[in-house]
Design a protein around this ligand. Structure first.
Ligand SMILES: [Fe+2]
Length: 221
């Protein structure tokens, strides 16, 4: 009898574990934080970040990486926008979508730069990598890449938020919650919706290009 109770308890425990872990974001922030030690030792971070009000050097360094991430996203979207503007692609809607996304990312980078200065930190701009791809087989492929990019940016912002929260830095927490976290989720939802719509309308058509042509018209409005 006792053995049966143990089995039932173990099963319930396993079910609870699955239920509580399912659907949670995978917030492994080690790789995000390791960028500091790999690239800039905390002791070498320049700037007098005690000048305004208790701003952690670690958070200051990660804010600089976030500026780089936002600038990198600007670079990626600019590359996509230029590609879909080619004479042999001619998808003005996709061009516009990615151009506007690039402009948003640049605004984000500047928001982080303003914040760095507001807190008495020092903006340290870093080298940007070339965009990952030179071309895409279709607009749908580019949308998938855009969603993957936004997921990765969201992960980094959530890690920044976790660190700010662990440090008890309420102002940085509020800055991220007000300006970035809701927008990241809105952006991911928008891209996921566009992917689902384009997949749905092209699914039963032999000619994907026709579906893409019509979908592009909706992006031009
Ligand atoms: Fe962004």
């Amino acid at each position: 009898m006792l053995y049966k109770l143990y089995v039932v308890a173990a099963l319930l425990g396993a079910v609870c574990l699955v239920a509580t872990s399912a659907g949670k974001p995978n917030l492994d922030c080690q790789a995000v934080e390791d960028r500091i030690t790999e690239n800039i030792p905390v002791s070498k971070i320049k700037g007098s970040n005690d000048g305004v009000y208790g701003y952690s050097k670690k958070l200051e360094a990660l804010m600089n990486f976030q500026i780089k991430t936002e600038m990198g996203a600007f670079y990626e979207y600019t590359n996509m926008a230029a590609y879909f503007h080619r004479f042999d692609m001619d998808l003005p809607g996709f061009h516009r979508l990615f151009k506007e996304a690039a402009e948003e990312e640049l605004k984000h980078a500047h928001l982080f730069m303003d914040y760095q200065n507001k807190r008495g930190g020092t903006v340290q701009l870093m080298a940007l990598a070339s965009p990952g791809k030179a071309k895409w087989p279709s607009g749908l492929d580019a949308l998938h890449d855009a969603l993957a990019l936004e997921r990765s940016v969201t992960h980094e912002i959530l890690c920044l938020h976790k660190l700010a929260s662990d440090l008890g830095d309420q102002h940085a927490v509020d800055f991220l919650e007000t300006n970035f976290i809701p927008e990241q989720y809105d952006g991911m939802k928008d891209l996921a919706t566009k992917i689902a719509t384009l997949e749905r309308i092209s699914k039963n058509q032999q000619d994907y290009g026709l579906a893409e042509f019509h979908f592009d018209k909706t992006l031009q409005k």
